[in-house]
Design a protein around this ligand. Structure first.
Ligand code: ZN
Length: 340
């Protein structure tokens, strides 16, 4: 099926029929509302409200005992990694359309329209009453709305909102879908969550790469960046004992003198150590990003980007700097393998 932007598939009709349908079968939280999970949550969130952990504090504000933080609502029905993997495996085993949930159908139709990327845009929760330890929580979800095709900053796509209704239900919760629906109907509504996604066709234009972050230029290191702007890799030299140093320091580490000038390095040296950065990725750089610690032939070591495939980098290899202008304001030495 074609999904190009010129002859876009339009599933407006089929998508409209999904609105108002249960997005999938009712599901139940794996654990009762319980004190250990509440305590861990409060710890992780840094929420020091004592009514979540101390019965006396809860009594003092008129509660029968501790309650769960309202924002834990979704935590009670999350099935965890193993549960998610089991669901995914079951879905792959029964890929036939007749087993497709309304949510699966919606995602498939949106993919077929060319809206293959997804981003969560909103999550709103409403709380009906506090949850207490010992309660069993179950949910049903409905596809509440699917928008017309919209132009957004991310690309053209549709917003879809799913409403999940939370109920405190009798325990144990039944296993058949029919019994589950009945058990939810007999349950006590405790909250609602609306989750909105944007399914969109990513724009074709790659975002412009932002410039490299600016170095912090001080009175002590300005010579280094100014030298590079005019094509020279400069090292500091103590005027008293002639010791070379890098990175910049206001005083000589050997004799303590504050007097210094600079000499130009030939940019030749060997790879003393290196790392290859994969994450976190900053948009100004290309990854994987090899960064070397180079022992210059003059003595000092310098940190710089390596212009080579990271798999070719070996400790001790000979390197030669070339001064590279990244933009009008920033030139830096980049080291590549020295020509034999
Ligand atoms: Zn010195």
């Amino acid at each position: 099926m074609s999904s190009s932007s010129d002859s876009r598939v339009d599933h407006s009709g089929a998508l409209g029929e999904l609105v108002g349908r249960q997005s999938g079968p009712p599901s139940v939280g794996p654990d009762l509302v319980n004190e250990p999970m509440i305590r861990h949550w409060a710890e992780a969130m840094g929420d020091a409200n004592p009514i979540y952990v101390d019965d006396d504090a809860a009594h003092a504000v008129g509660l029968a005992g501790i309650i769960a933080p309202p924002t834990m609502l979704q935590a009670w029905i999350m099935v965890g990694l193993s549960g998610t993997l089991a669901r995914e495996a079951a879905r792959l085993e029964a890929p036939k359309l007749e087993h497709e949930t309304a949510n699966d159908a919606m995602m498939r139709l949106l993919d077929e329209e060319g809206f293959t990327s997804v981003v969560a845009t909103n999550c709103e929760q409403e709380y009906v009453r506090p949850l207490k330890p010992g309660e069993r929580i179950a949910v049903s979800s409905v596809i509440e709305s699917i928008s017309d095709v919209k132009a957004t900053g991310l690309g053209t796509g549709r917003f879809a909102t799913t409403r999940t209704d939370f109920f405190a239900v009798a325990d144990p919760f039944p296993s058949s879908p029919e019994e589950r629906t009945a058990a939810l109907g007999a349950g006590d509504p405790v909250g609602t969550m609306r989750f909105r996604i944007l399914k969109f066709a990513p724009g074709k234009k790659a975002p412009a790469k932002p410039p490299r972050p600016r170095p912090a230029i001080t009175e002590d290191n300005a010579y280094f960046f100014e030298g590079l702007q005019s094509g020279a890799l400069l090292l500091q030299r103590c005027s008293e004992c002639l010791t070379l140093r890098h990175p910049s320091l206001p005083a000589c580490g050997q004799c303590g003198s504050l007097e210094w000038d600079t000499v130009e390095s030939k940019g030749a040296g060997e790879l003393y150590s290196f790392v290859v950065v994969h994450y976190p990725q900053v948009p100004s750089f290309d990854y994987p990003l090899p960064i070397g610690l180079i022992a210059l032939d003059e003595g000092p070591r310098i940190v710089a980007n390596l212009a080579m495939d990271p798999s070719d980098a070996t400790i001790g290899m000979r390197l030669q700097a070339s001064i590279t202008a990244f933009d009008d304001e920033l030139s830096l030495p980049v080291f590549g393998p020295a020509q034999a």
